[in-house]
Design a protein around this ligand. Structure first.
Ligand code: PHE
Length: 335
């Protein structure tokens, strides 16, 4: 009997894996196991022998069970340790591959120009993208039958409303709200019903500027425009001033810069001309002042309408306007 018990204990001790141990358990502690064998011929024993055998069986059962439990918990610990090792996660390591976003190049340039003009005493104004016909056209000296309305293909909405075709209506709102003297800029999104190509978008950005004071001259206008261009390009750019017609300025100018993409040789962005219209401007037409309740015999001023989108294209040599609203991350990550 002792041999039987010893060999059973030895087999438990020899199990190498949890599965092996389980197999041994069935054989040793199961219904046909060692304990069953020990109890087999109980009926033939005398009363004393039976007591002795009973004690031995109980002791064997305890010995086997505790041997089994010990072995089993050893395997459990091992497999837990293995799992903890393989599923281990270091929460103190910084996450990898989190790329911070960046501001759109148009926003970047817009903020730069806002800072510049704020430093010269200008206020930054906002205006609605859905405008009234009055603010977008009439108040700017472009009545309904005026041929200049055809210069800007308009998205018309119901009830005399439209998507603003330029930021100039914010001039009107600025004059109405703040009155003279006035120094304001108004960056914003504008819309034209045009077919899209490398240099045209139906949606683009302008930055309007207006200064109204006493005795404002073309000299003042040119000073501010030069300051603006030097700050933006941080280098000498070749410019030319042409007469330009806009009903809300008189005299009106087109300030062009030599195309920075082709250097003036001609490319799709400058329409092969070597020059890019960047900064239409002029002295505010007295009719416009009068329409906004400002006395033109007392006040005058200048205004300009910088093409922000064009400016970004020139600064970063972007040869197709469609990139700017493409949402293409390969493009945007460069800024
Ligand atoms: N609003 C004009 C345009 O979009 C530009 C402009 C603004 C011209 C201010 C002169 C003065 O075409």
């Amino acid at each position: 009997m002792q041999d039987l018990l010893d060999s059973a204990l030895a087999r438990i001790g020899a199990a190498q894996t949890g599965d092996e141990l389980e197999a041994v358990r069935v054989e040793v502690l199961g219904r046909k196991g060692v304990l069953a064998q020990l109890s087999k011929d109980m009926a033939k024993l005398t009363a004393d022998e039976r007591v002795a055998r009973g004690k031995f069986i109980n002791a064997s059962k305890q010995a086997l069970e505790s041997a089994y439990d010990e072995k089993k918990s050893g395997f459990d610990r091992e497999s837990l340790a293995k799992r903890l090792d393989s599923e281990w996660l270091d929460l103190t390591i910084p996450a990898s591959g989190v790329a911070p976003g960046s501001l759109h190049p148009i926003t970047q340039i817009q903020w730069e120009i806002e800072d510049l003009f704020r430093s010269m005493g200008f206020t930054v104004l906002d205006g609605p993208e859905v405008e009234t016909e009055f603010h977008n056209f009439d108040a700017l000296n472009i009545p309904g039958d005026h041929p200049a309305r055809d210069m800007q293909d308009t998205f018309w909405l119901d009830g005399g409303h439209l998507l603003r075709t330029h930021t100039s209506p914010v001039q009107v709102r600025g004059m109405e709200k703040l009155g003279p003297p006035l120094r304001m800029i108004a960056p914003g999104r504008v819309f034209r019903n045009e077919s899209v190509d490398a240099s045209h978008e139906h949606t683009f950005y302008q930055l309007e500027g207006m200064m109204i004071d006493k005795d404002v001259s073309v000299g003042n206008l040119i000073y501010f425009m030069k300051t603006l261009l030097t700050a933006i390009f941080k280098k000498e750019v070749t410019v030319r001033l042409r007469p330009g017609y806009f009903p809300f300025v008189e005299p009106g100018f087109e300030l062009d810069i030599r195309c920075l993409i082709c250097g003036g040789d001609g490319c799709p962005v400058c329409k092969q001309s070597g020059w890019v219209e960047l900064l239409p401007c002029g002295l505010v037409n007295p009719h416009v002042l009068r329409k906004s309740g400002i006395d033109p015999s007392e006040w005058n001023g200048f205004a300009f309408g910088l093409g922000l989108t064009r400016l970004v294209m020139m600064r970063y040599a972007i040869d197709d306007i469609r990139w700017l609203q493409s949402g293409d991350l390969r493009f945007l990550r460069q800024f």
